[in-house]
Ligand binder design. Structure first.
Ligand SMILES: Cc1cc2nc3c(=O)[nH]c(=O)nc-3n(C[C@H](O)[C@H](O)[C@H](O)COP(=O)(O)OP(=O)(O)OC[C@H]3O[C@@H](n4cnc5c(N)ncnc54)[C@H](O)[C@@H]3O)c2cc1C
Length: 276
């Protein structure tokens, strides 16, 4: 029976684990967090995805025979060499966790937060105080999730500023934000953030500016190439690597994208592993 280690219990890793176990493999999933689900557990706000949903998914996989080891981080608690020694194949599905930067002055000022830190704090019952007036930078799903979360946490004046002409988030999520009185302002590219009196002032390319208690940057995430390099891996476009039985899939392979793509990719690479 093939023994497979899956690293990361997000949508990619779970889809892979399911395909593998349903086809007779023995699967152990190593996850650094205390619960499974990846961004569905630690990113999506509760009003869209209560923690009970990924928890049920984990339980369903456990019933199929998948073993989860939570609180175990590859590179810290276990090494790739250990896994290669103990398993027939290793799948890295660790997501795309590196926040994109604006690369403008003031990005590190107090009161400037990264979207995933902000969302994670509220999903772990330690919500950040972002004040009454919140400016969210970015026009995608994450920006909308942050803005609506800020309103639900008591902010009274929330604006999403984005560089496109129209926000790129899902239409029904934009509707939800508008119903929550979130303002959308397009065609805006931030050029600097300054400490105001009090709060922050953010300036844009068209010489306009906004003032707020906090600025939350939600312009997407990228894959962690440094992590992969540190493991000594070079990755091929199909998810195979320079280590014969080590594969990568989902966000780890192509960066941040849609849920359906992560699930599809997890299944695809699992099929590949079943053939080795
Ligand atoms: C706020 C937000 C809202 C979104 N909304 C939507 C939406 O509405 N629709 C949609 O289609 N997509 C949405 N997405 C995108 C979707 O969440 C991703 O496509 C999907 O989660 C990617 O799955 P993944 O398994 O590749 O990565 P992740 O979900 O990031 O899972 C990776 C897992 O690996 C674990 N891990 C990382 N490093 C290690 C390590 N060293 N050792 C052990 N474990 C590790 C992490 O803790 C995590 O559990 C959204 C994303 C965000 C951030």
């Amino acid at each position: 029976m093939k023994k497979v280690a899956v690293i990361g219990a997000g949508p990619t890793g779970r889809a892979a684990a399911r395909t593998l176990v349903e086809n007779g493999a023995t699967v152990t999933v190593f996850e650094k967090e205390a619960e499974g689900g990846g961004l569905m557990r630690y990113g999506f706000p509760d009003f869209r995805m209560p923690a009970s949903v990924p928890k049920r998914d984990t339980e369903a996989l456990q019933k199929l025979g998948v073993v989860f080891k939570f609180g175990v981080s590859l590179g810290k608690d276990i090494s790739l060499a250990d896994l290669e020694r103990d398993y027939d194949a290793v799948l890295l599905s660790t997501g795309a966790p590196v926040p994109r930067q604006l690369n403008i002055p003031g990005e590190r000022l107090q009161g400037v937060h990264q979207a995933l830190d902000y969302l994670r704090a509220s999903k772990t019952n330690q919500p950040m105080d972002s004040g009454q007036t919140v400016i969210v930078i970015g026009g995608g799903d994450t920006a909308v999730d942050v803005a609506v979360s800020a309103v639900k946490s008591g902010a009274t004046d929330v604006t999403i500023a984005f560089r496109e002409q129209e926000p790129i988030a899902l239409p029904h999520e934009i509707e939800r934000a508008k119903k929550s009185k979130v303002r959308f302002r397009g065609d805006l590219q931030p050029v600097r953030i300054d400490a105001g009196k009090p709060g922050l002032a953010i300036s844009f390319q068209d010489d306009s500016s906004m003032e707020g208690d906090s600025v939350i940057i939600a312009i997407g995430q990228e894959k962690d190439s440094a992590f992969i390099t540190k493991l000594g891996l070079t990755v091929n476009p199909d998810g195979s690597t320079n280590h014969p039985n080590v594969f990568v899939a989902g966000g780890t392979l192509y960066g941040s994208d849609r849920l359906a793509k992560a699930i599809q990719d997890g299944r695809r690479v699992a099929e590949r592993i079943l053939q080795i």
